[in-house]
Structures are given as C-alpha cells and as structure tokens.
Ligand binder design. Sequence first.
Ligand SMILES: Cc1cc2nc3c(=O)[nH]c(=O)nc-3n(C[C@H](O)[C@H](O)[C@H](O)COP(=O)(O)O)c2cc1C
Length: 302
Amino acid sequence: MTDLFVSVAGVKMKNPLIAVSGCFGFGREYDEYFDISLLGGISVKGLTLKPREGNPPPRAAEAFGGCLNSVGLQNPGVEAFLRDELPFLVKKDVAVIANISGGSPEEYGEMAGLIGDSVDMLEVNISCPNLNKDGVNFSNDPRSAAGVTEAVKKTAKVPVCVKLSPNVTDIASVALACKDAGADALSLINTLLGMRIDIETRRPALRMNTGGLSGPAIFPVAMRCVWQVATATGLPVIGMGGVSDGLDAAEMMMAGASAVGIGTALFQDPYAPERILRELTDWCEGHMVDRVSDLTGSVEAY
Ligand SMILES: Cc1cc2nc3c(=O)[nH]c(=O)nc-3n(C[C@H](O)[C@H](O)[C@H](O)COP(=O)(O)O)c2cc1C
C-alpha cells in the first residue's frame, strides 16, 4: 500500500489532492456529491477584505481543452467567510487553505491578520488576471510580488503560500523574489490570459474582453512552470493547471509538486477528486511507490 501522506511547509495532508480556489466554492455544494474529507486540502474561493460582486456577465466561455473565465473574485468578504463558511470546513478532516486577494500589500497584510490561525495555510493570490482590463497583477513583477509576500509574512500566523501567474517571461525570478521575502511555499499556475470573439456579433465572448484560461489545454505550461519554480527555489510547490486524471497528478509531482490542485476538471465531473485519487493510488501501487511524496521532483531532467 502506498503511503499517501504529504506535508507542504509543515501543513499535513492525508493525500496530495487539493481542490483549487475558485472551482470548489467553500465546499458545501461538492459535499453533496462526495464527502469532501477525502481531499488532502481545500483552497477556498478567493477572499477579499470587503464583499465583491465580481465582474459583469458574460464571464465564462468555452475553449478547446478548457474554459475562459473572468469571474473577478466574487466572494462574501473575509469576515463573512470566517463567520459563515469556515465553521463548516473545520469540521471536515481536511487542510483548509484561505486564498486571499488585495489591492495593496497593506490590505493583504490586514487580511492575513484577521484570519490569524483559524486556517491551516494562507494562499496569497497575487495572480488573478481578471481584476482590471489589462490583466496586470502583483505577480507580473518580482518586486511587487516580494512586497505583498513581505506584508503578509508580517501578520500571518500560519504558513504562507504565494500563488504565481504564468503570464510572465521568467516565472523563476518572481518565485525567487517571493522566497527571499519569506514565502513558505508557492502554488502555480493561475490561469493564462486569453480571449475569444463571437464572430457573428464581432463582440468578445467575455464582458471583460479577456479572461483566464484553465483546463487540460494549459497542463504542459503548468508542468514547465512547476518544474522551473521547484528547481529554482527548492520551496514546496502546490502544482495545478489542467490536471485531469491520476497520471497527470503523478506527472506534476515528478516535476516538483508536493501536492496537486484540481480545478476545471471538477466542472466536467464533480466526482473528479474521488476518481483522480483512485487513479493516482493505483498507479503508485502498480509501480511499487512506497510513499507518494517520493514522486516529488523525481524527474531526471536532461
Ligand atoms: C472559475 C474560476 C475561478 C477561479 N477563481 C480563483 C480565485 O478566486 N483565486 C485563485 O487564486 N485562483 C482562482 N482560479 C484559478 C484556479 O485556482 C487554478 O489556478 C486554475 O484554474 C488552473 O487550474 P485548473 O486548470 O485545474 O482549473 C479560478 C479558476 C476558475 C476556472
């Protein structure tokens, strides 16, 4: 039997599968399909200091091998999360990760302070491409990424994982800046900035014109980013982006991920975590893997 236990920056998880932020809400709806305690961790919908309605519709569009979204962080705000959603999640046997977004380093720091040690880990989302018209965010530049990381580390009471964008030329330099600023772990990738146009109306498919591409189409990009960041920083990495089955999860761990996120796959199959866990376990057992954590970074690169 393969031991599925993993630890990410000291956060213990009974298996490496994490439901990613924005694709799992606060877990309640999916708990009607399967017991969400089967997951190793849950990263909740991106939180902001104040409630947000998100962007105007249409804010989702299909794409080959995935989807585009421009939801724009619709959420009830951090206080409502702590009051109304967290009590349900902490009853589950799962690591709870609070995904936070802010407009300035100070705002991120304030949120980290409010959340304190009520969750197991903070995931600092500096990479949402849907907050303004050009998709620019703190993760586009090493200095601004470091500034947010530093501000969060000052007030955080739990390990801090910084979530990176693939929409940069050199993701390793952003990752290293976050490491130098004190990040305990890194998660990647957020969505790739994309666009579709309805050729009959000649209008963009999304009201924001552009949006974030996720799903199987981005898997090779995510693999490359995970490998580059894990190799450059040596920090624990939560890998995500287009993981569809247990073999993808094994592949992403070999690239350097300590845990693996599942997002868009849930839209196609709400039972995806159950299936992916079974497939990963079967693969490990068929290949005499004693501990799933032995897969992490085990690629022998040329
Ligand atoms: C509809 C939607 C909403 C998302 N919302 C968030 C969010 O609030 N915070 C965040 O850090 N990432 C958010 N993401 C990005 C995902 O967490 C993940 O990084 C990305 O979708 C790649 O994984 P996937 O291909 O498995 O979906 C969102 C993605 C989608 C599709």
